[in-house]
Design a protein around this ligand. Structure first.
Ligand code: MG
Length: 363
């Protein structure tokens, strides 16, 4: 590698992933030059970050995202905004030949076919930040030799609780994730396991793998971040202590590796045991719903994502119980007429339409 710095921009610099990315960059400050920072609304923190990290520019609000993604000075853009606002800027970056460190779920769940096709055309690398996809990315040498992806799931706070307990869960209980400290939306998705369903859809797009060959396994310790099985039956897994610094750093420095932030070294003896179990799709039907929508393809995952997000918001506002999130999402999805290959404009229109329908159903 040359001594040239990696020119990077961060979309969503004040969020959980964005802040941790800046911690990685601070630690590796001679390796990076920050082109731009963008935040949705946290003016104060963005100002602090701007003073400290001295990007060429920083922008607040959604309009700035497209501008940053058109700036060909960037070697890589970390897309760490949450929600559908990540989609268009990511496409713009890909069109401009800029590599993507992807931490935004909606990009692939809503428009995986379009995004991956465009990346293929432009030769842009999409390096996943999510720990499971990052693990798989690290395991794969030659995708054509891979038979199966095995995505691990911690199981969230209700792993061994009853459906009745889930229905009676308060917002606080659902937000108390045993392993990962994340934003509210994704934490609720982890409690219902919809997060795992979304990750299955993302994995299908990222690695071009059939849904039949993507498996979910519960692994409460979150040490094995995911695994792949090669055609010869050999299984390769990526392990590490649960820390988002590692996958973030991997994605933004790929293909290099640096010491960076390593809180303590890994010890099998300290961990002592690793447990695995089959996911209970009856108790966590969201995973199955995600597989079904993924297999339908087209607008089905757009619909599922929008209905789920609106239902999660309703839960967070105390309007419905945790189990209703699935009930409402599956009902809306059932009534959706799937469009096979929607355009980006159609995707946004469907997203909007489904959100309205979902809110109406919730009342
Ligand atoms: Mg994950």
């Amino acid at each position: 590698m040359t001594n040239e710095k990696i020119k990077i921009s961060i979309l969503g610099s004040t969020g959980s992933i964005g802040r941790q990315a800046l911690e990685v960059i601070e630690k590796l400050n001679d390796k990076f030059e920050i082109i731009a920072l963008a935040a949705g609304s946290n003016v104060e923190l963005l100002q602090q970050q701007t003073q400290k990290f001295k990007p060429r520019y920083s922008l607040l609000g959604q309009e700035g995202l497209e501008r940053i993604c058109s700036d060909k000075e960037n070697d890589i853009i970390l897309v760490a905004v949450s929600g559908k606002v990540g989609l268009r800027p990511t496409l713009t970056a890909i069109e401009n030949g800029i590599n993507i460190a992807l931490a935004n779920k909606e990009t692939l769940v809503m428009a995986g076919d379009i995004v991956m096709q465009k990346a293929k055309e432009t030769g842009v690398k999409i390096i996943p930040v999510d720990s499971e996809h990052c693990a798989i990315h690290q395991c794969i040498k030659d995708i054509s030799q891979v038979e199966r992806l095995i995505i691990t799931a911690s199981g969230g706070p209700f792993l061994h609780k009853s459906v009745e307990e889930m229905k009676q869960s308060t917002v606080e209980q659902a937000l108390a994730h045993p392993r990962w400290n994340m934003g509210k939306k994704i934490t609720i998705d982890s409690a219902t396991l919809m997060n795992k369903g979304l990750e299955v859809i993302e994995a299908h797009h990222l690695f071009g793998m059939d849904y039949d060959n993507i498996e979910v396994v519960i692994h409460p310790q979150s040490i094995v971040h995911s695994a792949i099985e090669y055609k010869d039956g050999s299984v390769v897994a990526q392990l590490g202590l649960p820390s988002m610094h590692i996958p973030i750093q991997y994605a933004i420095t790929y293909p290099e590796r640096f010491e960076g932030i390593k809180s303590k070294s890994f010890s099998f003896a300290d961990i002592a045991r690793l447990d695995f179990e089959k996911p209970d799709f009856d108790k966590f039907p969201s995973v199955k719903l995600a597989y079904d929508c993924g297999r339908l393809g087209g607008s089905a995952t757009v619909c599922m994502n929008a209905a789920n997000e609106e239902s999660v918001f309703a839960f967070l506002h105390g309007k419905i119980n945790l189990y209703d999130i699935y009930r409402i999402t599956s009902k809306i999805t059932e009534n959706h007429r799937v469009i096979k290959s929607p355009s980006i404009d159609e995707i946004f229109a469907i997203d909007e339409e489904i959100r309205i329908k979902t809110r109406e159903l919730i009342g």
